[in-house]
Design a protein around this ligand. Sequence first.
Ligand code: CO
Length: 437
Amino acid sequence: MAHEQVQGLLQFLKESPTAFHAVESICSRLTGFEPLQENARWRLQTGGRYYVTRNRSSVIAFTVPQRGFAPFQLIASHTDSPTFRIKENAELTVRDKYVQLDVERYGGMILNTWLDRPLSVAGRLAVRSQDGVRSLLVNLDEDSAVIPNVAIHMNREINTGYKYNPAADMMPLWSGGDGKGSFRARIAQAAGVAEGDIIGSDLYLYNRMPGCVWGGEGEYLSAGRLDDLECAYASLQALLTAADGAHINICCVFDNEEVGSGTKQGADSTFLSDVLRRITLSLGHDEADYMAALPRSFMLSADNAHATHPNHPELSDPVNQVYMNEGVVIKFNANQKYTTDGVSEAVFHAICQHADVPVQHFANRSDMPGGSTLGNISGGHVSVNTLDIGLAQLAMHSSYETAGTKDVDYMIRAMRAFYETEIDCLRDGDYQLTFRA
Ligand code: CO
């Protein structure tokens, strides 16, 4: 089973070079779920399964229990990963001998992990249609470009703390001088549209290196975009395989976490609150029912965590350090960059114990600020009891990250158990947990 889950994850990663493709991969797996449009009225049924996308880069899927309207049990993760966006005028010519792509950074990546490896291009095109504009996805899906290092003989500082300049060092080489004008033509050809009809685009680079399983015992997997598609994949698998719950189970995968979530489709938008309100109203309930459902609702904010590094164990907290293949990570931060508190931890811990899934506790070393994630941002719009979880991984924001193979199954089981547990808030701070499987 664990092996199957890892292969499933690697296939999902391969199909998801960008946030747009991740949403398409998720939707293609939502068999038996009815697509909803935000621009139409919803008529939901008890026992129904639905999904809705925004910008085709964020998606919310949910299941309505047979008993109808109920509190919400949510898992949130993100579709995007640090990468390079290709600018609108894509081609740069160097001494008439080279054509490079003009790119800028999306999110905070480890720059040198993008060098000297085959890259490709994928994203979304907006093309002229008979009556306006239509959007479609494109993926060159071939070795298309490389960002070459400067030889050590020409840069003796490369191993002693060289500072990469994104405007100078990170331009991918696309073709020789004869390839001028070929980039848009190649994109149009791959998308099956006329070059002149492409009037807008959101194109990104991605690492072409396929994911792999490795280690003496096959205990590790490496691939691009594990942060956060590993959690997205696990939450999707959990939603698909969970027995019918007592509450409304919701799987949200948001775009733009890596750039602060502040877009119309990000966690800092109305997307989630709009969907929850519309579920409430469409099931014949009102704003007062919605307000009463929120304190009875519960959210897991799922985003990967930093495993203790083999070369630098001292960078982790001396006690609250986590390891790959040792279970789901519960993340803590005194300043509430992570939303976990003692009560939300306890609720989740009890569910994991019931599911026989190990958990471990993570906090940053006290002199390191660490990153932020979805939970506290989403909480500004939909304030439900939340905790931050993830899986331990190495090299976060590298173009090729590493995680533990056992953990994929641990996370899917923990998330499935979460969806199958009826979490009821009796009074502020007291919970009753009914395990339904
Ligand atoms: Co992340």
